[in-house]
Design a protein around this ligand. Structure first.
Ligand code: NAD
Ligand code: ZN
Ligand code: ZN
Length: 352
């Protein structure tokens, strides 16, 4: 439990007020935490490609109620807490575990709010996704269980680790990759370049990275990819040949029709197709069909609080580093536009 609010009464927040309209920066009241709530002064908030999907969503396509503050990758400092918020102290530096569920189901009790059983009933999936998030001076976190201590890790690293780090970590944790296995990462952007580092740090797999942008392929190589390719008509054939018959795992961080069909086309029997990107593509599952026998298809969403602690530990041990481009919160519109145009290397991070 911590004491009095040492925060200003107003601070800026990037608000989504109408579907199909760009978000706008507004001065909002700094909330007073009550009960289990914790007030965090935001030091950094990452911009995810999912934020663009939210901005582009048609009215009614997402269950979220407007308005809310964007930002689901958050790190900062605890500045106040409600009387029932135990285990936190004023000044604690924390990363925010962004998926916020009902708090009561079996999944939430296990820190797996990302798979909350009541997700369909809730009008939010977490911070900045239907609930006020971290592209702001402050964020009100509903419960201290969503906070992970970061020690002296830079906030500009910790913030993107909560999604660009956590989501690939959860995706890679679900794979079994033995010596000699091949993993193909499609899309080496914010999530993809961290996925490559995780595959190298945690598995013996040979890592192939595919991206349409030269700059992303350079980042993929620096992140540890053994081989980088731009997609073309013969990419599936090249990958099948160079992997010696196909990949044990494909991690698709795009999820469009062409990337899903590339993924399906390079898998070995009993391989894993891990679809992370929300690019609107479709894949027909049929027996027999385009997928080899024994293939598992998964649609992982974000990751658990325990996994976030493991990701933060890897970063603090120097085994993981997010490539970031910093922007002041006031330049959020420019940063969003750059992400849209494929002009961000790694992750854009807003600094309030
Ligand atoms: P990003 O924009 O940083 O990276 C996407 C990368 O894909 C870019 O480098 C881009 O050049 C590349 N790309 C685009 N089209 C391609 C193609 N046809 N072939 C190969 N590469 C291509 O995006 P991000 O923030 O890393 O997010 C990636 C995707 O994952 C988004 O759809 C996002 O919404 C989704 N996402 C899902 C989860 C989840 O839990 N499942 C979590 C976060 C993000
Ligand atoms: Zn995200
Ligand atoms: Zn729940």
């Amino acid at each position: 439990m911590v004491g009095g609010v040492s925060a200003p009464r107003k601070s800026p927040a990037l608000r989504l007020t109408a579907w199909g309209r760009p978000p706008s920066l507004a001065d909002v009241d700094v909330p007073d935490p009550g009960g289990t709530e914790v007030l965090v002064r935001v030091e950094a908030a990452g911009i995810c490609h999912s934020d663009l999907h939210v901005l582009d969503a048609a009215p009614g396509a997402l269950p979220y109620r407007l308005p809310f503050t964007l930002g689901h990758e958050i790190a900062g400092q605890v500045v106040a807490a409600g009387s029932a918020a135990t285990g936190v102290a004023d000044g604690d530096r924390v990363a925010v575990h962004g998926p916020w569920g009902c708090g009561e189901c079996r999944r939430c009790a296990a820190g797996e709010d990302n798979y909350c059983h009541r997700r369909a009933e809730l009008a939010f999936s977490g911070a900045g996704l239907g609930r006020d998030g971290g592209m702001a001076g402050h964020v009100l976190v509903p419960h201290p269980r969503h906070l992970v201590p970061i020690g002296d890790l830079a906030a500009s690293q910790a913030a993107p680790l909560t999604d660009a780090g956590l989501t690939p970590y959860h995706a890679v944790a679900g794979l079994t990759l033995a010596e000699g296995a091949a993993a193909v990462v499609i899309g080496a952007g914010g999530l993809g370049h961290v996925a490559i580092q995780l595959l190298r740090a945690l598995t013996p797999a040979r890592v192939f990275a595919v991206d349409v942008r030269e700059e992303a392929l350079e980042l993929a190589a620096r992140s540890g990819a053994h081989r980088t390719l731009r997609p073309g008509p013969d990419t599936a054939a090249v990958l099948r040949r160079e992997t010696g018959g196909g990949a044990e795992a494909v991690l698709d961080f795009v999820g469009s029709d062409p990337t899903l069909s590339l993924g399906a086309g390079v898998l070995r029997p009993a391989g894993s197709l891990v679809i992370v990107g929300s690019g609107g593509g479709k894949l027909t599952i049929a027996k027999p069909g385009v997928l080899p026998p024994g293939v598992s298809v998964s649609l992982p969403f974000w990751g658990s609080a325990r996994e976030l602690r493991e990701v933060i530990a890897l970063a603090r041990a120097g085994r993981l580093r997010v490539e970031t481009e910093p922007f002041p919160l006031t330049a959020a519109a420019d940063a969003f536009q750059r992400l849209r145009e494929g002009r961000i290397r790694g992750r854009a991070v807003l600094l309030p």
